[in-house]
Design a protein around this ligand. Structure first.
Ligand code: COA
Length: 390
């Protein structure tokens, strides 16, 4: 029985900042952002847009062609959680009117959390082949203003329907995993912004990749050249170049030409370059980017996925693209969403950043900005009130 991704869709906020404008405001060379980090634009969420609204928007699209009554599990992966107790997926479950006989829970392990959900769903579906699982990953990547992490911000959500009818990607069972206790990136409960040892996080990412690949290749018997396209966790797009160079090296393909390496990864980077980091969602927005932007027919091609969550947990696994995958994608809707975004000035970006959410509000009404189909209207008696945007 094939198990994998039946439908995949993503959502990003309606507003973005051009990375050249951020560079100008910070007095750095724009080429550092555009070439060095490989980022052109970053998505900026307005007040009233949080992980729940973003996830609900992505999920509504992913479920368009799916029988919702078969969804028996909703996993919400995030490191931007809105509550320490209640799973954000319960709000999504309600906003989308999913049937009540459903397991709903939240997963956390930095940017790795969606992969945990995806693999758990695949294992459960092997036992209950008629069920479908909805995996949503949503995050607001937020660092301090003026810090080195600032140009690697972003926001967005991805939603995947996982089932025994995988129209988009058939998952292969082999995987390589790696865990190590490191402090490369973390966010204490008292803080809104992450703390990060950025250069160290890049080094640990590459070390985790080598270790996860080793186990994957030993378990599967596959070589680097058995993989047609490579997707990596994308805190910024040049991270994929570093990762791919590392993988070529540790797998004995150091001589792979720069052009060939670019071809291996380029289509997976298109969306991230104009959205920015979306933490748990970023690997899967990268997969969507590959499937929707590759000119070549990917039918029968093997795609690898490398998931990395600081702290750290990593996993290297793969899937094969089934025939007819293009008709299961939401490429036109994604392009329209990206093309109709509104550019912010630097001052507007800072304003959104500072007003995003007041500290510990008991009661708060959010002004209405442009969002997708859902928005956070208010907080009343510490309860979040979501609604369909008009
Ligand atoms: N033109 C072209 N490239 C330029 C440049 C210019 N004028 N100025 C700098 N660069 C290049 C640098 O050479 C570097 O490339 P390299 O890594 O290939 O050497 C890149 O731009 C970034 O510059 P750097 O000086 O390293 O940036 P930084 O000290 O501000 O830190 C991060 C970069 C990624 C460490 C920082 O943004 C960060 O901490 N981000 C959050 C954590 C993160 O994303 N971790 C990733 C693993 S999960």
């Amino acid at each position: 029985m094939d198990i994998g991704i039946e439908s995949i869709a993503f959502y990003v906020p309606h507003y973005f900042l051009d990375m050249r404008k951020l560079a100008e405001a910070r007095g750095v060379d724009a080429e550092k952002h555009v070439v060095g980090l490989g980022q052109e634009k970053m998505a900026v969420p307005p007040p009233g847009e949080d992980v729940v609204t973003m996830a609900a928007n992505a999920a509504e699209r992913a479920l368009e062609t799916v029988d919702r009554d078969q969804v028996e599990m909703v996993v919400f992966a995030t490191e931007s959680s809105v509550d320490q107790s209640k799973a954000a997926g319960i709000y999504v479950h309600a906003l989308l009117g999913l049937q009540p006989h459903c397991r709903v829970f939240e997963t956390k392990q930095a940017c790795y959390a969606a992969t945990a959900g995806l693999q758990a769903a695949a294992a459960l579906i092997a036992r209950r082949p008629k069920m479908k699982a909805l995996i949503v990953a949503a995050d607001v990547a937020r660092y301090g203003l003026g810090t080195p992490g600032e140009p690697t911000q972003g926001a967005g959500a991805v939603a995947m329907v996982v089932s025994a009818d995988p129209k988009v990607l058939v998952l292969e069972p082999e995987s390589g995993t790696y865990t190590e206790d490191v402090m490369d990136f973390w966010r204490p409960n008292s803080r809104d912004e992450a703390l990060v040892d950025g250069k160290y996080s890049v080094r640990v990412y590459l070390r985790a990749l080598a270790a996860a690949w080793k186990q994957y290749s030993e378990e599967s018997g596959r070589e680097f050249t058995d993989i047609d396209r490579f997707c990596y966790h994308l805190p910024f797009t040049t991270m994929a170049e570093k990762a791919h160079t590392q993988l070529a090296k540790v797998s004995g393909h150091r001589d792979r030409s720069p052009e060939q390496r670019q071809r291996d990864i380029a289509d997976s980077l298109v969306y991230n370059r104009i959205v920015g980091n979306t933490y748990a969602a970023s690997l899967y927005i990268g997969l969507t980017s590959l499937l929707e932007n590759a000119q070549e027919d990917l039918t029968g091609k093997r795609v690898s996925l490398f998931s990395y969550g600081s702290g750290c947990v990593a996993e290297f696994f793969s899937g094969v693209v089934p025939a007819g995958y293009r008709s299961a994608l939401h490429a036109a809707a994604h392009r329209e969403m990206l093309d109709t975004r509104v550019e912010l000035s630097y001052d507007e970006y800072v304003d959104f950043y500072l007003r995003y959410l007041p500290k510990d509000p008991e009661n708060w009404e959010f002004p209405a900005y442009e969002t997708g189909s859902f928005r956070l209207r208010a907080i009343r008696d510490y309860k979040r009130i979501y609604e369909r945007a008009t």
